[in-house]
Each structure stands twice: as C-alpha cells, then as structure tokens.
Write a protein that binds this ligand. Structure first.
Ligand code: CMP
Length: 137
C-alpha cells in the first residue's frame, strides 16, 4: 500500500469536473484517504513548487495555482504513486495518452488539470505539506 498526493488544479475546479476526476481514481482502486478544497496563498504555492523555483515557468505556475481554489487529496492503494501518474497522463496534455485525465480535461501544460507526486519520497513530503496525520483516514 502507498499513499500519494493529488491536486485538482484551478482550471479543472472551474470547469466543474472534480467529481469526474475523483471517479477516475476510485474506479481504479485509489481510495480517497483525505480531501479538502483550499485556496493557496502565493507563499503556499511558491513553497510547494520550490523544486521548480529556477525554472522559467515558475512564476506562471505560481500565478496559475493561486488563480482559484484547488482540491487536494491523499490517494491510497497498491502502487499508488505510479498508478496516479498513469491515470493523469503526460504533463503536456497534447502528449497525454487518450483516456487519461489530462487528455480529457486539461487545456495546456500550465492549465493541466491535476498534479500528482512523482516519487514515494516526494509523496510523503507533499502529503505532510497539506495534511496533519489526524486528517488522513
Ligand atoms: P505539475 O505536475 O503540477 O508540476 C509542475 C508544473 O509546472 C507542471 O505540472 C506544469 O503544469 C507546469 N509546467 C509549465 N511548464 C512546464 C514545463 N516546461 N515542464 C514541466 N512542467 C511545466
């Protein structure tokens, strides 16, 4: 069993597809162990994506992530980190395989509908960033 962090980004929340995205996870044996809707501050977004702080897209990424509410979740299941990334599809929706979340709901590499942890170690850090242990069931 693994846990991973998933974020439904502002574009997908604005489109009203929270339920459709959660269904992809639940239909593929990823259980929602914690969930909340939050509006990130600029400080939150910069800290969460600190690993990308030197990348040219960093400021646009931060501005996008604070442009509206997001839904953050802890997903739990067998091989959850890799399974979530398979379900999401490639970062750039133009390259995402048909039937993946980004192929179906994302518009661009910036507005790409979802974020998912890319390793078990990052999953632990990202989950701790958003959730106290008592909030995870
Ligand atoms: P995410 O999985 O949330 O991780 C970092 C985000 O930066 C990524 O999704 C994209 O939305 C955004 N981004 C914008 N441009 C790029 C790029 N060239 N390479 C990777 N990520 C990018």
């Amino acid at each position: 069993m693994q846990q991973t962090l998933s974020i439904i980004k502002p574009d997908a929340v604005k489109k009203g597809v929270i339920g459709k995205i959660v269904d992809r996870f639940e239909s593929n044996r990823l259980r929602v162990a914690a969930m909340k809707k939050v509006r990130l501050s600029k400080c939150d977004a910069k800290a969460f994506y600190a690993v990308h702080s030197e990348r040219p897209f960093f400021n646009d990424l931060v501005d996008f992530m604070v442009s509206g509410p997001v839904v953050v979740m802890v997903l739990e299941g067998e091989n959850a980190v890799a399974k979530n990334r398979d379900l999401m599809g490639a970062t750039n929706p133009k390259e995402a395989a048909p039937g993946t979340i980004r192929a179906d709901f994302a518009d661009s590499i910036d507005a790409n509908a979802v974020h998912g942890s890319d390793s078990l170690e990052n999953a632990k850090n990202e989950i701790a960033f958003f959730f106290a242990t008592r909030e995870i069931c």
